[in-house]
Design a protein around this ligand. Structure first.
Ligand code: ATP
Ligand code: MG
Length: 236
């Protein structure tokens, strides 16, 4: 599980998050849902280790990772702009995190093949990113995030750049992968349909606070505030 215990984050004198508590169960996929500027990415950056919290602790299981750098947290990350390396082939892109770790080429090849089959891009291995569709690039980014068998998968608006049809396809694809691997995941989105269709639970954020956390059905049937109801498109 992931636990944010009393998590706070300020930038200079601007307090973005204050004393947040958030627990994501092992194998659970949780959505952080809320309007632009509410602090979703800030929260995710703290979990992956890009930002250090100004207060509180972050735990993976019982392990306190608050002061650990990103590289040793064993997280897989996919951001909205999923910058693949343009000069590398798909296979090289996916294998890169293992190459950095110094794994022998033959072993990398095996791991790349395994993960490519998982995200169903085995036929694209020799191409370069510019020769791929948006959805295919997205799969490569996912494969690269998953190749080190991370304990935690963090997704920040991973589908924002895709057209409607691909977005639908990738929603179920990512969910399938998450279930198959049993990985603990946080999905940041401002799309309520995405959150409802992909996640076990939803945490609704407003101005740096979690207003309600519940399963999609609970949230839809019993929104705790007008804000939540309005956000889910089910106003009282
Ligand atoms: P969006 O849906 O638009 O991506 P978000 O919920 O991810 O929004 P954050 O990026 O977490 O929002 O930003 C939360 C607040 O923190 C915003 O008001 C933003 O301006 C502020 N903020 C984020 N990063 C910094 C920074 N490096 N320096 C100063 N303020 C920042
Ligand atoms: Mg954001």
């Amino acid at each position: 599980r992931i636990l944010l215990d009393n998590f706070s984050k300020s930038f200079g004198s601007t307090k973005v998050i204050e004393n947040m508590r958030l627990e994501v169960g092992s194998g659970e996929m949780l959505a952080l849902l809320g309007p632009s500027g509410c602090g979703k990415s800030t929260t995710l950056f703290a979990v992956c280790g890009i930002h250090r919290p100004t207060g509180g602790r972050i735990l993976f299981g019982d392990r306190d990772v608050t002061d650990l750098p990103s590289q040793v947290r064993n997280v897989g990350v996919v951001f909205q702009s999923y910058a693949l390396y343009p000069h590398m082939t798909v296979a090289e892109n996916i294998g890169f995190p293992l190459k950095v770790k110094g794994m022998p080429t033959a072993e990398i090849r095996k791991e790349v093949d395994r993960i490519a089959a998982l995200v169903q891009i085995g036929n694209l291995m020799g191409r370069r990113p510019a020769e791929l569709s948006g959805g295919q690039q997205q799969r490569v980014a996912l494969a690269r995030a998953l190749i080190r068998k991370p304990d935690v998968l963090l997704l920040d608006e991973p589908l924002a750049n895709l057209d409607a049809k691909l977005r639908l396809e990738m929603r179920s694809e990512i969910r399938r992968l998450q279930r198959e691997t049993g990985i603990t995941a946080i999905l940041v989105t401002h799309d309520q349909v995405e959150a409802m269709s992909m996640c076990d639970r939803i945490a609704i954020m407003k101005e740096g606070e979690i207003v309600q956390i519940a399963t999609p059905a609970e949230m839809y049937n019993d929104p705790k505030t007008a804000f939540v109801a309005g956000f889910l498109g089910n106003p009282p």
